[in-house]
Design a protein around this ligand. Structure first.
Ligand code: BG6
Length: 487
């Protein structure tokens, strides 16, 4: 891998501590970092290199997948870390940074490849990229890349505006937009599972699939993020990005030798084929929910509007369920039900594919037969379950479901951030969100945002510790289905 200077804005922040340093450490152990690799951490506070390294070390002890117990390895890893003070609005700080980077590149005699990782609030994206551009930090003979995290805008218009401004400093190929769901190992497997297994490939369309259910349930509530979450809600926080990315990754049909461009193109095709939602149909296709007080795993929890720093009158959404249709050759007629919510009964992200029932269709007596299900469990456990029908040996003539169940052993699986940072270092943007799909995702949710804003759709309260409002069950019931695994 080519020599790289990893320039980290927001080096003393929470994301860096919890995710980025542990990910870099695990990549280091796996020898997946470039031989010449240096990290320049940036923050507003004064901090010595030593103190910065010690902060990084602490984060490894707290959050790393692998233990940081070997002092020699830890020392080697930390020796790549330097710190520099930077106030994002101070142009002179960028000059100091440029000198530091150039000096390092010369001392080590390595190619000037620079990766700018913005682990800061989205309100700083435009200022930082403009300053990178103007200061000359981005003018290098090597490559330069920009890594940013969602949210990419607040609605369609602001997303376009943001992208226009980012494009003044970086080309689309140089922008790596992290959607950490795309880094989850099971999500990265979907494409291979589908295209390299004839038993799946042959069934991957509307001839065999009755419906698809994509769920991301969370136990946590708003946590300490009231200021952020109360302005975005479930639709912007999870649905517009993570959930639509899962939909795309599941439904793209790729050629055997697919490239980044194929993936990008096919994802765009899916989003282009998604039946547009009219504002007047939001009420019938989308369920907006907000958690009320309840009990989760034996613990009483307060309702959303009683959470610290949330107004008692807030109508923010903490749950969304929606029905979507893809109008293309493969998926026409297959409903996709997508839901995500906070303060649900359990933590689980999964995709359930329900197959059509040939016996039922032919009118045969199959009282005990269940539909075939293929379940991709994405997190917290990673697995694949296939539900088949078999014969019950004890009750002749009756069907009995049989489950083929595979689960990955925990602990061995790299975390999403390891996969994504490694890919970004290699310049592989397969599992990043590309502008086209980001724009089309905003376009699809825009009528929902407007209907919420104008309050033309109901806000259903649901008890914390349940699977959301009953209206979300109705969404499927009217088509003759139900959510699987709500037990
Ligand atoms: C983040 C959201 O993007 O994803 C959070 O901002 C959410 O609100 C989190 O809790 C869920 O991620 P995961 O990996 O725990 O499913």
């Amino acid at each position: 891998m080519e020599a790289t200077t990893f320039v980290l804005f927001g080096a003393t922040g929470d994301l860096a501590k919890r995710k980025i340093y542990p990910a870099l450490f695990n990549l280091f152990i796996d020898q997946k970092l470039p031989q010449f690799f240096s990290v320049i951490g940036l923050g507003r506070r004064e901090l010595s290199n030593k103190a910065f390294q010690s902060n990084v070390e602490q984060s490894l002890h707290m959050f790393s997948r692998r233990e940081a117990t070997d002092p020699i390895i830890v020392e080697q890893f930390l020796s790549a870390f330097r710190y520099s003070v930077l106030d994002v609005g101070h142009k002179e700080d960028y000059q100091t940074l440029l000198q530091l980077i150039e000096q390092q590149e010369q001392e080590l005699q390595v190619a000037p490849n620079r990766m700018f990782y913005l682990s800061v609030g989205p309100e700083f994206f435009e200022t930082i990229t403009a300053n990178i551009h103007e200061s000359g930090l981005g003018s290098t003979d090597g490559w330069r890349r920009l890594v940013i995290e969602k949210p990419f805008g607040h609605d369609l218009q602001s997303a376009r505006e943001l992208n226009k401004n980012l494009s003044k400093a970086f080309t689309e190929d140089e922008i790596f937009r992290i959607d950490h769901y795309l880094g989850k190992p099971m999500v990265q497997k979907l494409e291979v599972l589908q295209k390299s297994n004839p038993v799946l490939k042959a069934l991957w369309d509307n001839r065999y699939i009755a419906n698809v259910q994509i769920t991301a349930n969370e136990i946590v509530g708003v946590e300490e993020r009231a200021g952020y979450y109360d302005h975005v809600g479930a639709v912007r926080d999870m649905f517009q990005n993570h959930m639509l990315q899962l939909l795309m990754m599941l439904t793209i049909h790729l050629p055997n030798n697919s490239t980044v461009d194929n993936v990008r193109y096919k994802k765009k095709l899916v989003m282009d084929s998604l039946e547009a939602l009219r504002k007047e149909d939001v009420g019938s296709h989308v369920i907006r929910g907000q958690y009320a007080a309840g009990t989760i795993q034996g613990e009483p929890v307060v309702g959303y509007t009683s959470e610290p720093n949330i107004a008692a009158t807030s109508r923010n959404d903490t749950f969304i369920a929606a029905k979507l249709q893809i109008d293309d050759y493969f998926w026409r007629g297959v409903p996709f039900y997508i839901r995500t919510g906070k303060r649900m009964k359990d933590k689980s992200t999964r995709i359930v594919i329900e197959f059509k029932e040939p016996l039922k269709q032919s009118g045969a007596n199959d009282d005990n037969a269940l539909p075939n299900l293929l379940v991709f469990e994405i997190s917290p456990n990673e697995g694949i379950v296939l539900q088949l029908n078999s014969r019950d040996p004890l009750h002749k003539g009756e069907f009995k479901p049989l489950n083929i169940d595979f689960h990955e052993s925990q602990g061995n699986v790299p975390e999403a951030y390891e996969n994504l940072i490694c890919d970004a270092l290699q310049g592989d943007s397969t599992f990043f969100a590309h502008w086209d799909e980001v724009e089309l995702s905003w376009q699809w949710v825009q009528p929902i945002l407007e209907a919420y804003e104008e309050n033309t759709v109901p806000l259903h309260l649901y008890e914390a510790g349940t699977y959301g409002p009953l209206e979300s069950d109705e969404l499927l019931k009217q088509d003759g289905y139900h959510w699987w695994f709500d037990e």
